[in-house]
Design a protein around this ligand. Structure first.
Ligand SMILES: NC(=O)c1ccc[n+]([C@@H]2O[C@H](COP(=O)([O-])OP(=O)(O)OC[C@H]3O[C@@H](n4cnc5c(N)ncnc54)[C@H](O)[C@@H]3O)[C@@H](O)[C@H]2O)c1
Length: 405
């Protein structure tokens, strides 16, 4: 029997990651029976984009009342995820949510409580876990190649294209996204929590807005009408890409969602520079940094174990081009190092998106490495960021257990 899905949030991610694949690639296993969004134009366009006439709703409660489905897919603005997840669970549906599961500890506790009370299940879609390269690292760790992990050095780099984009949209306000320590780093903390098979205990963080925001005098409200558009290196042409033009520019009359707001705005209250120190329950120390204004994009991680060190790195943009082979370097103590070459996978998020969707929508795919994440994984990854935010605000270390009370 085909499973029935409803989708809330028909922005770029909702349509291209879920609606389109369901009606095309997964049509034998899954059926999309309704779509909901507060913006009626984007909803209409969603049907046009997937070439279907799926029933649409601007009122979530009406959709819930009128449509029979098994699972709700949540792809709205981060700070609203909890509303839909909780309502779906309370009314006897399973839920699949985009990352981050939610944006603060209060909403996190409410989700965990609702899932516990219901007989239903929440899945959080951490696509980075699924990429062939990150999976390969997990396989080595699973074989205990480097022994118990004592410490981790982890740096994530966002460039002046993708990185700057977080400062143009709703992500730029902590009330919407939880800041990059939640919105973005949830991926990174989740990947590491999964590698370590452990949970965070205590977090200390520093963070600042040093590059974007009020750092520049020459600013406007949005790129479209800005007098500096000819000279600003951060000019974003909202009408250049067809998707942005149709889904955002032409739909903005409905909700004033301007996708090209000025990255130098005083309204921005998220950090672009963050340093986080985490102690895990089994004793591992993590030293993590996130910078959102760099000349290239990617990450580097080194896992320092009792039997050796494993180094991994990936680039999403690089001035000389992205290498088509990635390496994992293993340095065993007192033995010769080993360099493993992994061909660069194609597809969204290092090839992770398709593999994640296969596991969601095809039945019976085995999961020996535990790729699929539930609410606990969702919670543990955001709570590092939430604790980080609290630590930045107070200058004090924050215990994760205090956020779960
Ligand atoms: N896993 C990944 O790699 C990845 C990549 C991109 C986005 N995302 C996540 O996907 C989600 C959507 O991101 P996006 O880039 O498509 O954002 P977006 O702003 O383009 O789309 C969000 C959509 O949600 C709608 N919406 C907002 N509040 C709503 C509400 N209360 N009720 C109904 N609809 C509402 C908006 O109108 C919009 O159409 C976010 O949570 C984001 O973090 C994940």
């Amino acid at each position: 029997m085909k499973k029935k899905y409803a989708l809330v949030g028909t922005g770029g991610r909702g349509v291209h990651m879920y609606a389109k694949p369901i009606v095309e690639r997964y049509k034998d296993n899954a059926e999309l029976v309704a779509m909901c969004d507060i913006n009626p134009k984007r909803l209409k366009l969603a049907n046009k984009e997937i070439k279907r006439h799926i029933p649409t709703y601007t009122n979530f409660h009406k959709m819930l009342k009128e449509v029979k489905f098994d699972t709700l897919i949540v792809a709205t603005k981060d700070s609203t995820h909890h509303e839909f997840i909780i309502k779906a669970l309370e009314t006897g549906h399973d839920a699949i949510t985009e990352k981050p599961m939610t944006t603060d500890d209060k909403k996190c506790r409410a989700i965990l409580k609702a899932e516990k009370k219901s007989k239903k299940k929440l899945i959080v879609t951490f696509n980075y876990r699924y990429a062939p390269y990150t999976t390969r690292v997990k396989e080595f760790l699973h074989k205990d190649i480097i022994g118990d992990i004592i410490s981790v050095d982890f740096q994530w780099y966002l460039d002046t294209s993708h990185g700057a984009d977080y400062f143009r949209r709703w992500h730029r306000r902590k009330e919407n996204s939880g800041g990059l320590l939640v919105h973005k780093a949830t991926h990174h903390f989740d990947m590491l929590n999964w590698y370590l098979e452990d949970e965070p205990e205590e977090v200390f963080a520093r963070g600042a807005l040093r590059f974007y925001g009020h750092a520049r005098k020459e600013m406007g409200v949005r790129c479209l009408t800005c007098k500096y558009k000819k000279t600003c290196k951060f000019y974003f042409d909202i009408e250049k890409a067809e998707l942005n033009k149709k889904f955002y520019r032409e739909a903005e009359g409905e909700d004033k969602y301007y996708r090209d707001r000025c990255v130098w705005s005083k309204e921005i209250d998220i950090e672009d520079t963050m340093a986080v120190s985490v102690r895990y329950k089994k004793g591992t120390f993590l030293s993590y940094t996130l910078n959102a204004f760099l000349p290239y994009e990617g990450w580097r991680m080194a896992l320092n174990g009792k039997k050796g060190r494993l180094e991994a790195e990936e680039f999403h943009s690089f001035p000389t081009g992205i290498p088509d082979v990635q390496t994992i370097k293993i340095y065993p103590l007192f033995k010769k190092p080993e360099i493993i070459k992994v061909p660069k996978a194609t597809g969204g998020h290092g090839g992770g998106d398709t593999r994640l969707l296969d596991m969601l929508f095809k039945q019976g795919i085995p999961d020996p490495l535990g790729h699929q994440a539930g609410s606990r994984g969702g919670a543990m990854s955001i709570l590092i960021g939430v604790a980080g935010n609290k630590s930045i605000a107070t200058g004090k270390p924050i215990k994760i257990k205090d956020l779960l009370k």
